[in-house]
Write a protein that binds this ligand. Structure first.
Ligand SMILES: Cc1cc2nc3c(=O)[nH]c(=O)nc-3n(C[C@H](O)[C@H](O)[C@H](O)COP(=O)(O)OP(=O)(O)OC[C@H]3O[C@@H](n4cnc5c(N)ncnc54)[C@H](O)[C@@H]3O)c2cc1C
Length: 462
């Protein structure tokens, strides 16, 4: 039943918003929309038993450093108490945007369901790789959803694996290296590319390799798994392309994700890189009416280059949910303009931060690129417990506009990288970065905040 109610100057139709996927995008949209529209019927269809979950804590939950409640944020009953109709263990198997309906398969709903607004929060699917994705074995795990984390933790508790192979040297792979190593397991890491964390400048990447060596993690670069030996339902040995053979009790595959958009392929939706969905700044899917999408399904505008980019990250998905809900509620004051890939990871006490373009990417875009190496301190270097981080800044030498930054340190890397992300987002040049009024007292900082240090060095000798 559709009712009407006045919001500001607009007359809103109250109806049914169907949300596919109870992950970050879906849940953020649902709770924001509920706070804005009391009478809207909000329905979440989630294919697993778990809605309202977080991927980022999973590696730390597996080692026991974070509790289960950091991965599973709300129970189905908690969600229903918020006035959201949740159908867990229900899967959307077809979407008919012309008929404004979705086909649901599950115990309580089995058939077509109409919507007034449709929100797509289906997330991503793991990239598949030869051999390991072609066989069935109980000791191969992908970690892209809460149930995978719970299952791996159970496997570890019951089977007590010791020799582990991690496939993929991206940020999730490295976080798994750290957390399984913390449990006392012997870790081997295999990476197909020449390097782990390939966007990190060489000088900073060396610090990561040093840590791996220090913690006796064996790593194999430019290497893939070529063959496996299966005993019963378990892979017991793998042969690598560098001719090495490893005994294994557990394999974790983490080679990245792709947008989960296959179901939209036969619709009029428009697609960007890697078959991600294109949306406008209100998260409305280009080519479709009353359909919104966000999170790992969509591409976004890179705020430096203006080109489409794919950033499957939790904070981006949350922003998408907020903008989507406000748009459905008839509010057009907040838009999602884009992102620059700001992110943080860590291994064995090293925090690693990324924002913006690499030197090579900036050069390709036609900027006049130089790099500057800086140290950022969390306190006065001569007082108490201070830490220093290594920072590489990519900038345009004509005006000191910062285009990218990469950082490795022990503390506060997120805060420093966020500061630089702000400079980049606001397109600030050396003069404006100099203009910022930074806090200084020996108890918490040095007088040379990395922003001020950058501006000082930029102007020195000019
Ligand atoms: C191990 C791990 C670590 C991470 N660490 C970080 C980090 O440190 N920082 C960061 O920013 N990001 C991190 N991420 C990424 C972040 O979790 C994702 O970017 C974010 O969750 C994407 O949100 P989403 O809503 O698009 O997808 P998801 O949160 O994945 O939700 C998608 C939901 O849709 C459901 N679904 C799919 N298909 C259907 C269907 N047909 N019918 C019904 N339901 C369906 C799925 O079951 C799932 O619940 C990490 C992810 C993982 C897995």
């Amino acid at each position: 039943m559709t009712a009407t109610r006045k919001i500001g100057e607009e007359v809103m139709k109250m109806g049914t918003t169907v949300i596919i996927g109870g992950g970050t995008m879906g849940m953020r949209t649902a709770v924001t929309l509920r706070s804005l529209l009391k009478d809207e019927r909000i329905v979440i269809i989630e294919k697993t038993p778990i809605a309202s979950w977080a991927g980022c804590p999973i590696p730390y939950y597996i080692s026991g450093r974070l509790p289960e409640s950091s991965v599973i944020l709300d129970s189905p009953d908690d969600i229903r108490k918020r006035g959201i109709e949740l159908y867990e263990n229900h899967e959307v198997v077809d979407i008919d945007p012309d008929g404004m309906r979705v086909k649901v398969k599950g115990g309580k709903i089995d058939g077509w369901m109409d919507y007034d607004n449709l929100v797509l929060g289906l997330g991503a699917i793991p990239r598949r790789i030869p051999i390991l994705d072609e066989i069935e074995a109980e000791n191969i795990f992908h970690i892209t959803h809460a149930p995978h984390g719970l299952k791996l933790r159970k496997f570890i508790d019951e089977e007590k694996p010791n020799k582990v192979l991690i496939v993929g040297g991206g940020y999730v792979g490295l976080e798994m290296v750290e957390n399984l190593s913390e449990l006392g397991m012997k870790i081997s890491l295999v990476e197909k590319m020449e390097d782990i964390l390939p966007r990190l400048p060489k000088r900073l990447r060396k610090k990561v390799y040093d840590k791996l060596k220090e913690r006796e993690v064996e790593y194999h670069l430019s290497t893939v798994v070529e063959d496996v030996e299966i005993v019963g339902r378990l892979v017991k040995r793998v042969k690598l392309s560098n001719s090495r053979t490893l005994d294994v009790d557990l394999i974790v595959v983490s080679v990245g994700v792709l947008p989960n958009t296959k179901m939209l392929k036969n619709t009029k939706a428009e697609f960007g890189p890697l078959d991600s969905l294109k949306t406008n700044e209100y998260m409305e899917v280009m080519g479709l009416e009353k359909v919104y999408a966000g999170g790992d399904m969509v591409c976004v505008k890179n705020l430096i280059t203006g080109k489409e980019a794919y950033y499957p990250l939790g904070d981006v998905a949350n922003k998408h949910g907020i903008v989507t809900a406000r748009r459905i509620a008839g509010k057009s004051d907040l838009v999602f303009k884009g992102a620059i890939g700001t992110s943080l990871t860590g291994i064995f006490g090293l925090q690693i931060g990324f924002t913006g373009l690499t030197k090579e990417e900036a050069e390709k875009e036609g900027f006049s690129v130089e790099t500057m190496n800086l140290k950022a301190f969390t306190g006065h270097p001569k007082m108490g417990e201070t830490t220093s981080s290594d920072l590489e800044v990519i900038y345009d030498f004509r005006d000191g506009r910062i285009l990218g930054a990469f950082m490795v340190g022990e503390k506060c890397v997120a805060q420093f990288i966020d500061l630089i992300s702000t400079f980049i987002t606001m397109r600030m040049k050396a003069q404006e970065i100099f203009d910022v009024d930074y806090a200084y007292a020996p108890i918490g900082s040095t007088v040379w905040n990395p922003g001020l240090l950058f501006a000082r060095k930029f102007y020195s000798g000019k």
